[in-house]
Design a protein around this ligand. Structure first.
Ligand code: GLY
Length: 564
């Protein structure tokens, strides 16, 4: 392997990314052959080098994923889980569920007090009890086994080197770390590499010898280097130090699952996205079905009429999400009914255009019987036209804030994505129902929406984002921006976003997304607006009509699209 070449690129990028250089331009990185778009320039650079060295898109995605676990610890992970959607250049599509699973000792009352009310201890979001059995490492090996070309050891090696030698913090990462110091101190029995008595500054270097060691165990012993042996023992010891539930048997038994992707059509495009236990694919296709019969291009991007329609669709789709979606290995999820065009036509038939529908009047549709949200997404296209979209998460920023002592990685707080008390909101304000109640070994519902779009059987877009409950609507708007509003990839990613999720009954509006007159018009229709700073951090790739690739990396973060 050309290890020195990779390191050289890494060093060059460490130097160049010590201060924030937002990609506010409206045309993204253009490349002839291949592209990686991810949340961190170092991770994108590593993925790109893997492809230059003969790896395919899946190899690059795996290497990028491990690199994000080192340089983007707020969401990049080996202690979390996620989903991958793949489309190979022969047109075959597949998707992998490496979502975390509830430990065997979990139960549906674990976050309730003796009155049956949710306790206020934040056990589902902070500390050891919030963690589920991680799926990320198993997922990377499953992907590699099916599609990888280069040896797995080569894909992990650059991440080991960065963990050992260190990487420089960007301004945004330093700022984020400074806000988390109190929580790190509260939830760790030792001083993690991310703690400091001084304020972190852009350019400060972080080395992670424990994490390097853990990655070496994985490199040497494969999947079992994480789920068995010393790393597994360290996870279990960490759990036992703080009421955590994950056992060595939970770890040993973890298995990711290949699932049939969710597919649908929108204005002649084919959409390939993630099936339950992610709600992303189903909700995205429901939203697109509801949009297709309206001329939103003529109405205009972020115009009153377009936002009103999107909001009315979103409140209905999120009501369905809350009621029907959960882990299909545990509950019946009526996917075919929810994606049936007759069902959706009926569901949207009563959308009024002269006023907002209060969410209290919107219940889930009648089906015939029978996420500081921190997640991260990466998109890769290789020179042969193979494509992969991976969204992965610890749930909150730095997960449960607990770093496994001796192993150097943060654990997820994915238990909060279950409905701890069906009908009560989680940290994203999402309401869940019985379908998403806690049960041992069950996977919690997700909003992650890694998505691939084709047009006339040719690859067109690879799309995804973090953002908890806003993931689905960010992906939805980005597709509309390209397909309906004629934007390029970077422009579509830059465009300001809005979000509605049934409850709370409000449209979240990114600063400057809507003109004052659109805001006034929407309020007059009865919509509540709430201004917020940022929605989502997209990492996307568009195949241009001449076959070149345009990367779209979100200026809301340090995201970088790199190609050759
Ligand atoms: N943890 C955020 C999600 O999976 O939707």
């Amino acid at each position: 392997m050309e290890r020195f070449k990779i390191l050289f690129v890494c060093v060059a990028i460490i130097v160049s990314c010590t201060s924030r250089t937002p990609q506010n331009k409206s045309t993204g990185t253009i490349s002839e052959h291949a592209m990686v778009s991810s949340a961190h320039p170092l991770a994108s650079a590593i993925g790109l080098e893997i492809m230059k060295n003969g790896g395919n898109a899946i190899d690059a995605a795996i290497a990028t994923h491990f690199a994000l676990a080192v340089v983007y610890p707020q969401a990049g992970n080996i202690g979390g889980g996620g989903f991958a959607v793949i489309r190979m250049n022969d047109g075959t599509a597949s998707s992998l569920d490496f979502r975390e699973k509830a430990p065997a000792l979990s139960n549906r009352e674990m976050y309730l007090d003796s009155d049956g009310q949710l306790n206020d201890q934040q056990w589902s979001t902070h500390g050891h009890m919030a963690s589920c059995v991680p799926g990320a490492v198993d997922g990377m090996f499953a992907l590699h086994q099916k599609y990888g070309i280069l040896p797995m050891a080569e894909l992990i090696e650059p991440s080991i080197e960065i963990a050992q030698k260190g990487y420089a913090l960007t301004a945004l990462s330093a700022e984020l770390l400074n806000t988390k110091q109190k929580e790190f101190r509260k939830h760790n029995r030792w001083s993690t590499p991310y703690q400091s008595d001084q304020k972190w500054q852009a350019g400060d270097t972080i080395t992670q010898p424990d994490l390097a060691q853990t990655l070496k165990h994985i490199q040497t012993n494969g999947r079992n280097g994480f789920y068995e042996g010393i790393v597994a023992d360290q996870i279990v010891a960490e759990m036992q130090s703080g009421d955590g539930l994950i056992s060595s048997i939970d770890l040993k038994n973890y298995q990711s699952v290949w699932r049939k992707p969710i597919t649908g059509n929108y204005r002649g495009h084919q959409i390939i996205s993630m099936a339950p236990p992610s709600s992303g694919g189903v909700a995205l296709i429901q939203l697109l079905q509801g949009t297709e019969s309206y001329p939103i291009a003529a109405w205009g991007h972020n115009s009153t009429k377009t936002i009103h329609l999107m909001t009315e669709l979103q409140r209905r789709v999120y009501a369905d999400r809350a009621t029907y979606l959960g882990d299909p290995d545990f509950v019946f999820v009526p996917v075919n009914d929810l994606l049936d065009s007759r069902y959706n036509q009926q569901r949207y038939a009563n959308i009024p255009f002269d006023k907002a529908t209060p969410s209290s009047l919107v219940l889930a549709g009648e089906i015939p019987p029978s996420e500081s949200p921190e997640t991260t997404h990466l998109s890769v296209v290789d020179a042969d036209g193979n494509a992969v979209a991976i969204t992965t998460t610890l749930n909150s920023s730095f997960g449960n804030k607990v770093m496994v002592k001796g192993a150097g990685f943060f654990l997820n707080n994915e238990m909060d994505d279950f409905s701890s008390k069906p009908g009560s909101p989680n940290q994203f304000g999402l309401i869940g129902g019985e379908a998403n109640a806690i049960a041992p070994h069950k996977r919690m519902l997700s909003s992650m929406t890694p998505t691939i779009v084709t047009y006339k059987d040719q690859l067109k877009m690879v799309v995804g984002t973090p953002g908890g409950s806003t993931i689905i609507t960010s992906v939805y708007q980005t597709l509309l921006n390209v397909i309906d509003h004629g934007m390029g990839m970077q422009e579509a990613v830059n465009a300001k976003r809005v979000h509605h999720q049934w409850y709370p009954d409000e449209i979240r509006v990114e600063t400057d997304a809507l003109t004052m007159s659109v805001q006034t018009d929407l309020e007059q229709l009865g919509h509540q607006l709430r201004m917020i700073d940022k929605i989502g951090r997209m990492d996307c790739i568009l195949v241009l009509p001449d076959g070149r690739l345009e990367g779209g990396a979100d200026p809301r973060g340090d995201n970088a699209a790199l190609g050759y």
